[in-house]
Design a protein around this ligand. Structure first.
Ligand SMILES: *Cc1c(COP(=O)(O)O)cnc(C)c1O
Length: 379
């Protein structure tokens, strides 16, 4: 089946009891059993919930995985995945990783005996130089937030297979519509469903998609044991969002491309970060491993003051954290999403005070460009 057909139908047969075409919200904590040890496969809702399981089946198909598991937030999916490791294990991680992921790894999991080395994973040599005898996992985000640096998934997966490392990819920025890391060799794909998968900025959630039966058994065990599950209502909202994922992503990409080109020509903008631009250093890699360039753009204004003027003078873009919804958002990574990353670390990655980040929504692009033009004029 094609992606859009799967997005709408996979895991979502009409309800056997009533024929309802939309999977019902099974708002229940437990299930009546017919006799001791005799039940319909549902015992307790932390372990099994039909609405959540419909989403999990759907996402396994969309990411070309073996199975998937839904969590209460993107961070919960990451935390649970890291529980595959044990004290003493070492992880090589993309340095420009989501701020919350950096905080979890550097400030919490490192106290529990896990070791992390953060490197620029866009160059495989850096990963090779960072590994140790106790390395167990390579954790990647591509493209990165907010500077949109890419890591070659195929190349890195070949290396991870050779070395027997688990390769985990946070695919939140692309969604499975634009990038399917398991097809390129990843073992686990993570999402904050809060972003493009839900797509309507009305729920927080996460998902982990695994490539093999062995990993499925381990993550299923951890999901139930640690318990950070996605609620039935939130599962339903993500399922509903995914039905329009393909059309939304097309529009996000179209609008973002036009805005990136507009910004490139603005005299008030020093540099535009967007993988769809020919001058992006990894434009060719983006063309190879993604089927579109996504809805995220960052640009350099030159100073904190200028970034502030832009963020405070837009009227359609909302000044807010998060991304991936139908509505356009603007943000200042240094003071908002990346506040927990130490300044020296930020500057090392090229994340300066003047960087502004856009999550381009699916409004009329002329209106969005007009909004940015007005804000830029105020500098
Ligand atoms: C938002 C985000 C997360 C965290 O997800 P939550 O749903 O906010 O917990 C992780 N990774 C990336 C790339 C994100 O954008």
């Amino acid at each position: 089946m094609g992606f859009s057909t799967d997005a709408i139908h996979a895991g979502q047969e009409p309800d056997p009891t009533t024929g309802a075409v939309t999977v019902p919200i099974y708002q229940t904590s437990t299930y009546a059993q017919e006799a001791l040890g005799k039940h319909k496969g549902y015992e307790y809702a932390r372990t099994q919930n039909p609405t959540r399981m419909a989403l999990e089946k759907n996402m396994a198909v969309l990411e070309a995985g073996f199975a998937s598991y839904a969590f209460a937030s993107g961070m919960a999916s990451i935390t649970t995945t890291m529980m595959l490791l044990k004290s003493g294990d070492h992880v090589v991680c993309t340095d420009n990783v989501y701020g919350g992921t950096y905080r979890l790894f550097a400030q919490i999991l490192s106290n529990l005996g896990l070791e992390f080395t953060f490197v620029d994973t866009s160059n495989l040599e850096n990963i090779r130089n960072a590994v140790k005898p106790n390395t167990r996992m390579v954790y990647l985000e591509t493209p990165t937030n907010p500077l949109l640096t890419l890591t070659d998934l195929n190349l890195t997966a070949d290396y991870c297979k050779e070395m027997n490392y688990l390769m985990v990819v946070d695919n939140t920025f692309m969604s499975p519509y634009l990038q399917q890391p398991i097809k390129l060799g990843a073992d686990i794909v993570l999402h904050s469903t809060t972003k493009y998968l839900n797509g309507h900025s009305d729920g927080v959630g996460g998902i982990a998609v695994v490539a093999t039966k062995e990993l499925a058994e381990k993550i299923a065990f951890l999901q139930n044991a640690a318990g950070a599950i996605l609620s039935p209502l939130d599962s339903w909202l993500v399922l509903r969002g995914i039905k329009t994922l393909a059309v939304r992503m097309q529009r996000h990409c179209d609008n973002a491309m036009k805005i990136a080109e507009y910004l490139t020509h603005s005299k008030k903008v020093q540099k535009v970060f967007y993988p769809g631009l020919k001058d992006h250093p990894q434009h060719e890699l983006a063309r190879k491993q993604t089927s579109g360039f996504g809805g995220m753009i960052s640009f350099e204004t030159g100073s904190l003051e200028k970034a502030k003027v832009i963020c405070e003078n837009v009227r359609i873009f909302s000044l807010a954290e998060s991304l991936g919804g139908v509505e356009s958002l603007i943000g200042h990574p240094v003071s908002m999403t990346h506040a927990s990353v130490p300044k020296a670390k930020r500057l090392e990655m090229g994340l300066t005070d003047g960087v502004v980040r856009l999550s381009v929504g699916i409004e009329d692009v002329e209106d969005l460009i007009g909004d940015l033009a007005y804000a830029l004029e105020q500098i």
